[in-house]
Design a protein around this ligand. Structure first.
Ligand code: NAD
Length: 262
């Protein structure tokens, strides 16, 4: 299927690895020029080189910086001639017990996972509407639908973003002018973030990180973790012309892990 987005420009935040990288790769394969950001230059440049090799016809620009800061966002926006597609992403907040989180911990989580996407939406959607096409895809978490007890910072910050997006995506001056805003809610995906969790918890459980991962896979109906490539393909579809009537949605991609009927 031709997604009809060849030649568009996408800003894909936090995209040197994992789910952000998966989105950038899928969009580039569809002929979308991409600006990718991350805090570390080496991994970001390696990813850019890989994307250029797989999609030689597209432009790939890199911006090193923390997307959760005003400077990082300004640099990312400045590198993109026009933002037709915005993929909001940043590292997730740390796990823990809410009794130990002070105001600074909450502000950091809100900055990265709620206020940064809101700032980037604010900076881009009216221009998208003026051009008659725009796509915003927020990478959030399955924890938006089913909270995870030790990820309270994530549950809270991402719910704030989800509530904001539910309202703004339905504004006729956006939805009626070709701009869609949706969120993708990953369950368990085989990325560095997930592996880091297994490394951190294996010793406590008295098993190897690989054994812990295998146990966790069995809790997913699909009996495996998702891949960044699968995630990226869903993102690219949401950015397609064909998906123009899908807005304000929270799409789970979790191998069936969410247990509810609705
Ligand atoms: P990852 O650690 O594999 O990759 C994160 C990427 O973001 C890296 O490229 C990193 O350099 C970049 N990054 C992180 N913070 C940044 C910042 N402030 N500014 C710029 N770049 C930044 O993580 P992932 O698994 O791809 O997760 C992406 C998001 O999805 C996270 O918010 C995570 O919490 C969420 N999530 C992931 C899973 C999963 O199973 N992997 C599940 C639910 C939610």
């Amino acid at each position: 299927m031709d997604l009809g987005i060849k030649g568009k420009w996408a800003l894909v935040c936090a995209a040197s690895k994992g789910l952000g990288r998966g989105c950038a790769e899928s969009l580039a394969r569809e002929g979308v020029n991409v600006v990718i950001t991350a805090r570390g230059a080496d991994a970001l440049e390696a990813t850019a080189t890989a994307i250029r090799a797989m999609a030689p016809a597209v432009q790939v620009r890199t911006v090193v910086g923390d997307i959760a800061t005003a400077d990082g966002r300004a640099a990312a926006l400045a590198a993109c001639p026009q933002v037709d597609i915005l993929v909001n992403n940043a590292g997730g907040p740390p796990p823990g017990d809410f009794r130990q989180w002070d105001r600074d911990a909450w502000i950091a989580a809100l900055d990265a996972n709620m206020l940064t996407p809101i700032e980037l939406i604010k900076a881009t959607v009216d221009q998208m509407a003026a051009r008659g096409y725009g796509r915003v895809v927020n990478i959030t978490s399955a924890s938006v639908k089913a909270p995870i007890d030790f990820l309270g910072l994530s549950n809270g910050a991402r719910s704030g973003l989800t509530g904001f997006v539910a309202g703004v995506s339905r504004q006729p001056q956006l939805a009626g002018r070709g701009v869609t805003i949706n969120s993708i809610l990953p369950g368990s995906f085989d990325t560095d973030r997930l592996k880091q969790g297994f490394r951190a918890n294996a010793a406590k459980a008295g098993v190897t990180p690989e054994e812990l991962a295998d146990r966790r896979k069995l809790t997913v109906p699909a009996q495996r973790f998702g891949t960044a490539a699968e995630f990226g393909e869903l993102c690219a579809y949401l950015c397609s012309l064909q998906a123009g009537y899908i807005t304000g949605q929270n799409l789970l991609i979790d191998g069936g892990a969410y247990p509810g009927t609705y």
